[in-house]
Design a protein around this ligand. Structure first.
Ligand SMILES: CC(C)(COP(=O)(O)OP(=O)(O)OC[C@H]1O[C@@H](n2cnc3c(N)ncnc32)[C@H](O)[C@@H]1OP(=O)(O)O)[C@@H](O)C(=O)NCCC(=O)NCCS
Length: 151
């Protein structure tokens, strides 16, 4: 993900359906900040959210790894956001599987996914990549389920 992805990342993060379980859809400036934050993630950790695209280069969404703090513990999270046109085709699962394997190969011992209780599609993706419900807690002041597994 680079600044060249700003138009597509704005379309993704400003979409009300994609942002349904977030406090609010994001603006173009938020998307620019998100990309800049990811570039810092790449530099600091060697990972971050990456772009998902089809083999022909069609933009689908993002999926990748970020460091999150859960009840004072620093953990690596897999996250995913797909354009609505591409939902329901197994693409999030395919991307998240690849990201899980990249995390394991990179020496990350435990992987989590932080998910709102009503977000059933995301919980299903987490289950399909081998994560299971570990706890329910507040993250960024929001009630969340934490799925996880040792890699
Ligand atoms: C979550 C998201 C990435 C899933 O993408 P996707 O490509 O549609 O996911 P997949 O097709 O790989 O798998 C979705 C699974 O959820 C299931 N599902 C979909 N809607 C569901 C619902 N309402 N209740 C229960 N399961 C549901 C699907 O049947 C599928 O499971 P299956 O393979 O066992 O049938 C996509 O919905 C999205 O971008 N959501 C908005 C952003 C978001 O919420 N990200 C996660 C934040 S924690």
């Amino acid at each position: 993900m680079t600044a060249d992805d700003l138009d597509q990342m704005t379309a993704l993060l400003s979409d009300p359906e994609v942002m349904r379980y977030y406090p609010a859809p994001k603006t173009r400036q938020d998307a620019a900040n998100w990309i800049a934050w990811n570039e810092r993630n790449y530099a600091e950790h060697g990972f971050g959210p990456w772009i998902i695209e089809l083999h022909d280069g069609t933009f689908v969404g993002d999926c990748g790894l970020t460091v999150q703090t859960v009840e004072g513990e620093r953990l690596v999270e897999v996250g995913y956001h797909l354009m609505p046109a591409w939902h329901g085709r197994g693409l999030a699962t395919e991307a998240a599987c690849a990201v899980r394997d990249e995390a394991r190969d990179g020496g990350i011992s435990h992987l989590i996914a932080i998910i709102r209780p009503a977000n059933l599609p995301s919980q299903r993706v987490a289950e399909k990549i081998g994560l299971h419900l570990e706890r329910r807690t507040s993250v960024h002041d929001l009630d969340c389920l934490v799925y996880g597994a040792d890699l």
